[in-house]
Design a protein around this ligand. Structure first.
Ligand SMILES: [Zn+2]
Length: 372
């Protein structure tokens, strides 16, 4: 073998390794687990049941299960009893380019009969009890130095005030609801141990600052003697951790992997927290025949007039009202290449979370099916 061939062989060997590494990196699903509170921030405390300790114990158990599953990388905001700012918790997930962010807490109420799990997605709520939970969890920012400047004057007693900080809060809402639904469904499978409170929406600061599908799990009420004792027990924590970890693994299977970039994987979300709601069907009058692609810009609980100035100058924006949520789409084309160009355009305008969706004869289908 001459030196030229040898060099070429070595070169292609390294190229193979590099592309293999790039491939496996792209196929690793990154989960940031956030154990609420820590150190001098105890969270809720009732009869020796301490939220910060329970949250950490559950997080470590969830993490252990995930670490034992293939192609999952677990990032922890804390693995010990330390205090971490809310914004830093979110930033740990942001810096890691995490695929999902899961914050784990316990609920509490003066009424010690209150019970049940609740899994929250980010968003504005008019429901007093949802706002109460957010207010309680957000109030820990007052333990941080200089919180007024850091949180842009946000008043933790008024969770609604957060909504004024940024418009269009509900990026990643579809995926967040899908993950939250899986977690709550798994809690339901624990039988009578924990009452399933369901998926809810409220403005949590820690979710607000994380730029990925994200949920906050209130794993039950430490204030309730029966539920609190389950939360404080090894067995109870194992059950809860298993339920959360399996939901995450199921979410990964459905929304990530199989070699298809996650961004292209926009399957319809199954029943959300409000199945009673009648979805307004899309304007079916002139449903295009065949396959069409659209760019989903955002999902929002707010109705926004379809003017370019409301969509960073983008024209041809359409809207669909589904499960209490307004979805806004950019363009419509039967050409996949063109659709990808539109997607890039949307991203360059600042819609970083936008993704492609596809319809066949008016029915939503996966991008994989659409491009077959
Ligand atoms: Zn908490």
């Amino acid at each position: 073998m001459n030196i030229f061939n040898k060099t070429r062989l070595i070169f292609s060997f390294f190229l193979t390794i590099i592309s293999f590494c790039a491939y496996s990196q792209a196929n690793v699903f990154k989960v940031t687990l956030d154990a609420g509170h820590g150190d001098h921030d105890f969270g809720a405390v009732y009869s020796g049941r301490i939220e910060k300790n329970i949250a950490l114990a559950i997080v470590l158990k969830v993490g252990k299960i995930l670490e034992d599953s293939p192609n999952i990388n677990v990032i922890y905001t804390r693995k010990t009893d330390v205090f971490i700012d809310l914004v830093e918790r979110a930033n740990i997930a942001n810096r890691a380019n995490s695929n999902i962010f899961v914050s784990i807490h316990c609920n509490a109420n003066k009424n010690t009969a209150a019970d049940g799990t609740e899994t929250y997605v980010m968003g504005l709520s008019k429901v007093a009890s949802n706002l109460e939970a957010a207010k309680k969890e957000n109030s820990v920012i007052t333990l941080e130095k200089d919180y007024k400047r850091k949180y842009e004057g946000y008043d933790p007693n008024s969770p609604e005030s957060m909504m004024a900080m940024t418009l269009m809060q509900e990026e990643y809402l579809d995926n967040s609801i899908a993950l939250a639904t899986k977690i709550e469904d798994n809690f339901d499978r624990l039988g009578k141990k924990l009452r399933q409170g369901g998926v809810k929406q409220a403005p949590f600061m820690v979710l607000h600052k994380a730029y990925m599908p994200r949920v906050l799990v209130e794993t039950g009420f430490v204030s309730n003697p029966t539920e609190g004792n389950i939360l404080n027990s090894e067995e109870g924590q194992n059950d809860i951790a298993k339920a959360i970890a399996e939901a995450i693994i199921s979410y990964k299977r459905e929304y990530f992997g199989s070699g298809v970039p996650e961004i292209a994987d926009a399957r319809p979300v199954k029943d959300t927290a409000k199945p009673k709601t009648v979805a307004t069907p899309p304007a079916n009058k002139n449903t295009p025949k065949g396959t069409v692609f659209k760019v989903q810009l955002i999902a929002s609980i707010k109705k926004t007039p379809l003017e370019p100035k409301n969509f960073k100058g983008l024209t041809n924006v359409t809207m669909l009202y589904e499960n209490n949520i307004y979805k806004y789409f950019y363009q419509e084309t039967s050409d996949y290449q063109a659709a990808q160009k539109y997607l890039q355009e949307a991203k360059s305008k600042g819609y970083g979370a936008s993704f492609l969706i596809a319809y066949k004869d008016g029915e939503k289908i996966s991008i994989q099916d659409a491009t077959k």
